[in-house]
Design a protein around this ligand. Structure first.
Ligand SMILES: Cc1cc2nc3c(=O)[nH]c(=O)nc-3n(C[C@H](O)[C@H](O)[C@H](O)COP(=O)(O)OP(=O)(O)OC[C@H]3O[C@@H](n4cnc5c(N)ncnc54)[C@H](O)[C@@H]3O)c2cc1C
Length: 554
C-alpha cells in the first residue's frame, strides 16, 4: 500500500472536532437518531418497539433529505416467480466484485418483510386492480421487483407515512433545524451523545448536547461535495465527516454514482441540487446529441442511450471535455407533444419553468453526483467501529453496494439495516455514561468561502472521469482550501468543514485505487484489476492525520 503514491504532499491534517462553543443546554434520551429520512425514522420507530426513548435530530425540516426525492421505487423479492438468490445475483453484478455476500444476503432475505412493515407503518404503494402490489423492473434487475407509489413519487409517500408514524408516538421527540456537530464519548470511548446547534436555543450561540446511550447516524448522502448533484442541500456528508472525526472507519468513499442526465440550468445557475431528467425518457426513445446535433452514444455501447448509467455519464463527460462545453442535449422532440405531455408531465413542467420546451427544443443536460455507495463502515447490525455509534441508510457502508449500487436498493438498505439496529439496541444497551472532556483534540473550521471552489474542483478532477493528474490537482486545491480557516463557528462553516473532510478522504482513495471498477472510472487505468479487489479504509488519527489501509476481499 505504501508503495502507491499519495496524491497529497503530506498526510492531510483534518480536524478531530469542529470548533464550537461549549454546550449551553442539554437533553437526554436512550437513543439519539441523527437524520429523518427513511433510515433515521425507521431506526427511531424500531428503537421505540424496543421500549427505548428517542430523540430524532434533523438539520432542517423533517422531510428535507433525499428520501422524499426518490422516484423509481424500492426493490424487494415480492413476486412468486422471483427469488432472493436472483436479487442477490443482480446486486452482486452491479457491485463488480466488492459486495459483501453476507450483507447482500441479509438485504434480499429480510427486504420483503421490511417492505410489509413499511406498509404497516402506513405507506401506500401502487396496486394492480386485484389489490396485489404493482411490480416493475429497472436497469440491472432481471425480475419485476420494484414497488412504487404515485407512479414516480415513491420517496414522498414513504416520507409522508414515516413522518405520520413518528408524530403519533409521544416517545419520539423531534428536533428540527438542529445541526449535529460531533460525537460525545465516555472515558472508555463509547458513544455518549452528540453536540448540536439549534438556532436560538439555550445560550445565544445555540450549541447544546443530546446525551444518549446510543447514537444512530442516518444523515444521508454527500452529493453536495460536487458542483452539480441530484441530492438536496442537506446532503453535505456531515455523518461521514462526524464519524471520521470520532475515529470511526469509513470505506469505499471513492464509489460515487453519477446520474447522466440532470437538467442543465445554465452557467449562472446556482450550484447544488439539479432536477433529474429521468432515464425513462431515454427509454421512450429520446436520444443524446452534442451542440452540433450529432448523436454520440451510437457505436459506444450496444444499448446506445440505454447503456448503464456510468457508461452514459462517461460518454457525456468525454463530449463535454473534448468540445469544451458544460452540457449536451437530450432530444425528445420526435416523441411528439401528446406523448411527452401524457408520459412526462412533471419533467415538462420543470423544463418549461426553466424556459425550455421539450416539445420544440432539445433539453440541456449534464451528469450530476447521485449516490454514495461508500460511507461509515458497519457490521451486519449497523454497528460502526466506535462502540455505541450505529449508522444506516446512505451514510453507511454495510457492504451491500460494493463498487456500484443497483437501482432501488438504497431505500431497501435503509429499511433493512434500520430494523437490524432496532433489534441490536433492544439486546445491548449499557446505562448512560458521562461524556469525557475533549478539549485537547485538534479543532477548527474551514471557511464557507471555500465552498464553490471546492465543489468545482471536485467536479473537474474527482468526478465522472478521474486520473492521477486530475486527482493530484484536486488534492492540491483541497490542501490550499483547507488552510482557509475561520474563527467563526457557525453552520455555513461547519458544513464547509464537513465537505472538505469528506472530499479529502474521497480524493485520496480515488487516487490510490488505480483501476476502473463500478462507478470509479480512471482514465489512466481503464480496467478492473484483481490486485484492487478489496476496500480502502480511512480514519482520522488522534493527531488529526488522515490514515488509510487496504483490505483485500477474502
Ligand atoms: C433524486 C433522487 C432519486 C432517487 N431515487 C431513488 C429510488 O428510486 N430508489 C432508491 O432506492 N433510491 C433512490 N435514491 C436514493 C435514496 O433516495 C437515498 O439513498 C435514501 O433516501 C437515503 O435515505 P437516508 O435516510 O439515508 O437519508 P436522507 O433521506 O437523505 O436523510 C438524511 C437526513 O439527515 C439529516 N442530516 C444531514 N446532516 C445532518 C446534521 N449534521 N445534523 C442533523 N441532521 C442532518 C438531513 O436533514 C435528513 O433529514 C434517489 C435519490 C435522489 C436524490
Amino acid at each position: 500500500m505504501d508503495t502507491v503514491p499519495r496524491p497529497f504532499a503530506a498526510s492531510p491534517r483534518l480536524p478531530r472536532r469542529l470548533l464550537a462553543a461549549d454546550p449551553g443546554w442539554q437533553l437526554q434520551a436512550d437513543v439519539c437518531v441523527v437524520g429523518s429520512g427513511i433510515a433515521g425514522l425507521c431506526a427511531a420507530l424500531h428503537a421505540r418497539e424496543a421500549g427505548l426513548s428517542v430523540i430524532v435530530v434533523t438539520k432542517v425540516n423533517i422531510d428535507d433529505g433525499s428520501t422524499r426525492w426518490a422516484q423509481g421505487g424500492i426493490a424487494a423479492v415480492l413476486a412468486p416467480t422471483d427469488t432472493p438468490e436472483a436479487h442477490a445475483e443482480d446486486t452482486a453484478v452491479a457491485g463488480v466484485g466488492l459486495c459483501d455476500p453476507a450483507a447482500v444476503d441479509v438485504l434480499v432475505r429480510e427486504g420483503p418483510a421490511r417492505v410489509r412493515e413499511l406498509i404497516a407503518f402506513g405507506a401506500e404503494f401502487d396496486r394492480n386492480p386485484d389489490g396485489s402490489l404493482m411490480l416493475t423492473r429497472e436497469g440491472g434487475h432481471h425480475a419485476d421487483r420494484i414497488i412504487h407509489a404515485g407512479g414516480d413519487a415513491t420517496g414522498a409517500e414513504v416520507q409522508r407515512a414515516l413522518h405520520t408514524a413518528v408524530h403519533r408516538d409521544p416517545g419520539i421527540q423531534l428536533l428540527e433545524h438542529a445541526l449535529v456537530l460531533d460525537l460525545l464519548t465516555d472515558a472508555a470511548g463509547r458513544a455518549a451523545g452528540i453536540t448540536l446547534h439549534v438556532l436560538g436555543e439555550g445560550s445565544e450561540d445555540g450549541v447544546g448536547a443530546v446525551l444518549a446511550r446510543a447514537v444512530v447516524l442516518a444523515t444521508g448522502g454527500m452529493g453536495q461535495i460536487y458542483a452539480s448533484t441530484t441530492n438536496p442541500s442537506v446532503s453535505t456528508g456531515d455523518g461521514v465527516a462526524l464519524a471520521l472525526r470520532a475515529g470511526a472507519t469509513v470505506t469505499d468513499v471513492e464509489f460515487v454514482q453519477f446520474h447522466p442526465t440532470a437538467l442543465y440550468l445554465g452557467a449562472d445557475a446556482q450550484l447544488g441540487q439539479q432536477p433529474l431528467v429521468s432515464e425513462a425518457m431515454r427509454g421512450e426513445g429520446a436520444y443524446l446529441i452534442d451542440a452540433a446535433g450529432e448523436r454520440f452514444m451510437v457505436g459506444q455501447h450496444e444499448l446506445a442511450e440505454l447503456a448503464p448509467r456510468d457508461v452514459v455519464a462517461k460518454a457525456i463527460t468525454r463530449v463535454m471535455n473534448t468540445q469544451r462545453v458544460d452540457h449536451v442535449y437530450l432530444d425528445a422532440r420526435h416523441l411528439g407533444a401528446a406523448k411527452l405531455e401524457a408520459r412526462f408531465p412533471s419533467i415538462l413542467a420543470r423544463c418549461r419553468q426553466a424556459g425550455i420546451d421539450p416539445v420544440t427544443q432539445p433539453i440541456p443536460v449534464a451528469p450530476a453526483a447521485h449516490y454514495a455507495s461508500g460511507g461509515v463502515r458497519t457490521d451486519l447490525h449497523g454497528r460502526t467501529s466506535v462502540p455505541g455509534l450505529y449508522a444506516c441508510g446512505e451514510v453507511a457502508c454495510t457492504g451491500v453496494h460494493g463498487a456500484n449500487r443497483l437501482a432501488s436498493n438504497s431505500l431497501l438498505e435503509g429499511l433493512v439495516f434500520a430494523g437490524r439496529i432496532g433489534a441490536d439496541l433492544a439486546r445491548d444497551l449499557p446505562p448512560q455514561a458521562e461524556p469525557a472532556p475533549c478539549e485537547d483534540q485538534p479543532a477548527w473550521v474551514v471557511s464557507s468561502t471555500t465552498r464553490d471552489d471546492l465543489t468545482r474542483a471536485m467536479t473537474r478532477g474527482a468526478g465522472v472521469i478521474r486520473s492521477a493528474s486530475s486527482l493530484a490537482e484536486t488534492a492540491e486545491e483541497l490542501e490550499k482550501l483547507g488552510t482557509r480557516t475561520s474563527a467563526d463557528p457557525r453552520p455555513v462553516n461547519w458544513e464547509a468543514t464537513n465537505l472538505h473532510t469528506v472530499a479529502t478522504a474521497l480524493v485520496s482513495a480515488a487516487a490510490r485505487r488505480e483501476e476502473t471498477r463500478g462507478c470509479h472510472w480512471r482514465e489512466d487505468f481503464g480496467e478492473a484489476s484483481d490486485a484492487w479487489r478489496g476496500h480502502l479504509l480511512a480514519a482520522i488519527s488522534p493527531a488529526g492525520e488522515l490514515t488509510e489501509a487496504y483490505e483485500a476481499m477474502a
